[in-house]
Design a protein around this ligand. Structure first.
Ligand SMILES: Nc1ncnc2c1ncn2[C@@H]1O[C@H](COP(=O)(O)OP(=O)(O)O)[C@@H](O)[C@H]1O
Ligand SMILES: [Mg+2]
Length: 220
């Protein structure tokens, strides 16, 4: 299965969520999993460099590709159970090429940030074009990330209801990810939240596992 994590906006948490889904599945399943970096910012590579420098196991099967994306994706997808694509956070040709070949597309949004929500209209256009022209089986959904942990905050449920009530938008996953220091600290240390146990890390680990279940990633 080919899973693309992408958006038209940088800084929404694509690389962070990719790294944590990757390590969750790597540590909990025997699946063959690889990452293909298509974003020249190379955030996953920098994390992996830190990990390798510190000698942390297991290592990650990591590849990069910025030009001939569809061919590289198909070649790698035949060798792995799960291929995770990290795409640039812009309306780029690379992003559209990734959409053309992915089985599942996950976009991220902070439901309290209108600056992120504003980019979703054009994102949906790209998804619908890919589905109509070249990739009818493409499954697309939005995951809410960096949600406030304040229990009274209603923005995430209001946003999810608004999106899910209108079939023109993309469906929003039930499981949300909260704003937690563990995501930043784990990245800094070359680990995932599954390898980072403090209170924040434990909560992050649980929400990543629930998200992986909802996305059916255990059964690839
Ligand atoms: N759930 C989260 N909680 C706290 N910080 C987060 C979370 N998700 C992402 N971040 C932080 O947001 C910033 C942008 O994340 P990044 O993964 O680089 O985004 P992108 O790949 O979309 O550009 C990073 O500093 C990252 O640590
Ligand atoms: Mg990134």
């Amino acid at each position: 299965m080919i899973v693309l994590i992408g958006s038209h906006k940088g800084g929404v948490g694509k690389s962070t969520v990719l790294i944590n889904l990757l390590m969750c599945l790597k540590l909990k399943t025997g699946k063959r999993i690889a990452v293909l970096e298509c974003d020249e910012q190379r955030s996953v590579k920098m994390w992996l460099d830190e990990r390798r420098e510190r000698g942390i196991a297991p290592d990650v099967d990591y590849f990069e590709c910025y030009t001939n994306i569809p061919d590289t994706v198909r070649r790698l997808a035949s060798k792995y159970d799960l291929l995770l694509l990290d795409a640039p956070g812009s309306k780029s040709p690379e992003f559209r090429k990734c959409l053309a070949v992915a089985d599942k597309f996950i976009s991220l949004v902070d439901p309290t940030a209108q600056i992120e929500i504003n980019t979703l209209g054009e994102l949906v256009v790209d998804v619908r074009q890919a589905q109509a022209a070249i990739n009818p089986g493409l499954e697309a959904l939005i995951v809410m990330n960096r949600c406030p942990t304040h229990p009274g905050d209603q923005d995430a449920s209001t946003f999810r209801k608004m999106m899910n009530d209108d079939p023109d938008w993309l469906p929003v996953a039930r499981q949300r990810l909260f704003s937690r220091t563990a995501y930043k600290r784990a990245y800094n240390d070359g680990v995932s939240v599954h390898e980072y146990s403090d209170k924040s890390g434990n909560k992050a680990r649980a929400e990543i596992e629930l998200l992986a279940t909802e996305l059916n990633l255990y059964s690839v």
